[in-house]
Structure formats: structure tokens, C-alpha cells
Write a protein that binds this ligand. Structure first.
Ligand code: PMP
Length: 366
């Protein structure tokens, strides 16, 4: 151990960094990316736009990402039916960064954030690395559901400054009942309530987005990303919608010019091609539904999913099954829930390979 350990902030000592394995295996179904490459017409349009801008890289990018903002607003009108003014929208390098901006502005030492485990593992990591206290709320044992009654009781007990909700929830897959979001706004009267909707585009019909509530509730903020449905995880573009004053506060904590010119251009041009990029969403949902049906038939109970992945149980030893699948060339995710693994919905061929590998598992895995 070097002397550096002693220099590190005390609350960071002994921690391990976030790190889903990045392994070069034939079937990669572990980080909920899209398995489909960016379509050729979009590649051509991005290249043409970048060529026009490369000479201008001697200048800093537009700090207010004006054109990208307008494109995101048009997209949300198309996708969610909401029409936003520019001052309600904020963007960052992935939704991880916009979540970090929120905690930088509204969390900090002496403040408390409440989330409901299991949910997205970065929520507590971002919270605690910024000196905010994390309270691990509970879901219903067995089903991973979060009822309005339970959410309200836990919020009343904690009286948090920040609440993290995740809908559809990673890693369980289900969208939250809309009533939980409404109840939380009442039950946590001081809190900035964050609804992480990274997987919103994959939700089953009838699922309502918290975007519907943003105009009425000043403390509600909804985060989204281009990393999943938009097939653009490598582009690193996430965004949020909230009250204009909340968005304005984020300017205090972002680094100057945080969105590079290429990032803004790639995301903006991609948004202009939204129908082409979102063209695979229905195909991915089909594979998701197929995974749910086939895993159930194999006796490995899946959790109902509104996302591009499925959490399934029934395993004797999840890390051992994870390794056996990897040895067969299929990388899935061990999210640390005993007896469960999570698999991303990819192409039909990837589903075939995954299901073959599961069917070939020795009986001792059950
Ligand atoms: N929220 C949730 C629920 C996620 O699952 C992820 C990525 N796995 C993110 C946010 C962050 O995604 P990104 O930073 O790529 O937008």
C-alpha cells in the first residue's frame, strides 16, 4: 500500500470503483447498450457535420448547447408529447454527469439522499463520493416492487433532501407505479425528487412518464439518456428536465464548456435522425419479451420488464452461473442480487445464443 492511501479522503478509502467488466466476447449482454450499430445514413450525416466544425475547434464550444437543446426539446415532443421551453432542459456527458450535477447542487455534507435498493448502482456512488449521506430504502421482498404506502412511510422517516426513483428500474426492469412518484412529492416535502428514466423508450404501452408532472411540481426532475434506445452509449449524452431555477442552479456546478463541440454535434445530428435511430426499439422489445417468456419456461423466474434487459432468478449460485455463461462466450451481468442475473435484450441471434447457453447449463446451476 502506498502513502497515497493515507492522503485519500477518508470516506473514499477502501472503496472499489464502478466497473462492469469490458470483455471481448462474442455475445455482450451486460451493460444494456444497444447491440445495433449506428445506421449508415446517420454516420454519413454526422461526418458531414463534423467536417464543417473541425476547423472551429480553436474556439470553446457553445456553453449553452443551444442547437442541441432545441433538438432535445423537439425529440421530447415527439417521444413523450411534452413541449418544453429551453430553460427547462439541461444536458451532460451521459446521464451519470447530469445526476452528478444534481447531487453537486442539491446534496453535499450534512444532506441526505434516499433511494430504493436494488436500483441503479451509481445513485449511491455519486451521492456518497460527494459527501452526501445515502439511505438505502427497501422494496418489497421477493417481487422488488415499491408500493406508494411503503415509499411514503420511508420518506416520512428519513425526510430526505434528495430522492432517487428509477423508472423503469435498473436492474429489476419494471416501471414504477405513477402513484409512487406523486406520493413521493407529497411525502418528501423538502426534497428534490429525481426520476431516472434512462430506459423510458422501452416501456410497455400504458406506462406514464414523470415528464407529465414536471410543469406542476417545482422539485421534480426527470433524467434521460441517449445511451440506450438511441444506440449512442459511446456518444455520452444525457439530459434532464426540471424547473428553470433548478436548471439554472446547475450552471454553478458544471465545469465550463462541459459538452465538447463534437459531443454536441454528434448528439444533435443523431436527434435529427431520431426515427432511424429508434427504429430498433420495437425489435429490442420483442427480444425482451421473448427472454421473459423463455426464461419463465426454463424455470428461471424473470421480473416483468419495461426496459431493454431482464432480471431473472432461480439460480443456485449466481456468480458460478455468470462464469459458466462467460465460458460459453456469453457475458451477462451479476448485479449482486443473490440467485439472480441480468441479461440485456440484443439481436434475435444474441437471444438464441444466450438461451442455448442457459439451456446447456449443468443441472447444478438451478
Ligand atoms: N441511469 C440508469 C438507470 C442506467 O442504467 C444508466 C446506465 N447504465 C445510467 C443512468 C447512465 O447512463 P449514461 O451515463 O450512459 O447516460
Amino acid at each position: 500500500m502506498s502513502a497515497i492511501t493515507g492522503l485519500l479522503r477518508e470516506e473514499l478509502r477502501g472503496r472499489t470503483a464502478y466497473g462492469a467488466p469490458q470483455l471481448d466476447v462474442p455475445v455482450q449482454l451486460n451493460t444494456n447498450e444497444s447491440s445495433y450499430p449506428v445506421p449508415e445514413p446517420v454516420v454519413a450525416a454526422v461526418l458531414a457535420a463534423l467536417e464543417g466544425e473541425l476547423r472551429g475547434l480553436n474556439r470553446y464550444p457553445d456553453r449553452e448547447f443551444t442547437a442541441l437543446r432545441a433538438a432535445l426539446i423537439d425529440y421530447l415532443q415527439l417521444q413523450a408529447g411534452v413541449r418544453l421551453t429551453p430553460e427547462r432542459l439541461w444536458a451532460g456527458n451521459g446521464s451519470n454527469e447530469v445526476l452528478q450535477h444534481l447531487v453537486l447542487a442539491f446534496g453535499g455534507p450534512g444532506r441526505t439522499a434516499l433511494g430504493f435498493t436494488p436500483a441503479y448502482s451509481m445513485h449511491p456512488i455519486i451521492t456518497e463520493t460527494l459527501g452526501t449521506t445515502w439511505v438505502d430504502g427497501r422494496r418489497e421482498p421477493g417481487s422488488f416492487d415499491l408500493t406508494p404506502e411503503s415509499a411514503v412511510a420511508q420518506a416520512a422517516e428519513v425526510d430526505p433532501d434528495l430522492v432517487f426513483l428509477c423508472s423503469p428500474n435498473n436492474p429489476t426492469g419494471s416501471a414504477l407505479p405513477f402513484e409512487v412518484i406523486e406520493a413521493m412529492l407529497q411525502a418528501a416535502p423538502r426534497a428534490v425528487v429525481i426520476v431516472d428514466e434512462a430506459y423510458a423508450e422501452f416501456a410497455r404501452p400504458g406506462t406514464r412518464s414523470a415528464l407529465e408532472l414536471v410543469e406542476e411540481h417545482e422539485r421534480l426532475v426527470v433524467t434521460r439518456t441517449m445511451s440506450k434506445a438511441f444506440t449512442l452509449a459511446g456518444g455520452r449524452l444525457g439530459y434532464l428536465v426540471g424547473h428553470p431555477d433548478l436548471v439554472d442552479a446547475l450552471r454553478l456546478v458544471r465545469l465550463p464548456y462541459h459538452l465538447s463541440t463534437p459531443t454536441q454535434t454528434i448528439a444533435r445530428v443523431a436527434l435529427e435522425h431520431a426515427p432511424a435511430l429508434l427504429g430498433t426499439v420495437e425489435a429490442i422489445k420483442e427480444q425482451r419479451d421473448r427472454l421473459v417468456a423463455e426464461l419463465a419456461a426454463l424455470g428461471l423466474p424473470p421480473v416483468p420488464s419495461d426496459a431493454n434487459f431482464v432480471l431473472f432468478g432461480g439460480l443456485a449460485d449466481a456468480p458460478a452461473t455468470w462464469q459458466a455463461l462467460l465460458d460459453d462466450g456469453v457475458l451477462v451481468r451479476d448485479v449482486g442480487i443473490p440467485h439472480h442475473l441480468r441479461v440485456t435484450a440484443g439481436t434475435p441471434e444474441e437471444t438464441d445464443r444466450f438461451l442455448e447457453a442457459v439451456a446447456a447449463l449443468a443441472p447444478t446451476h438451478r
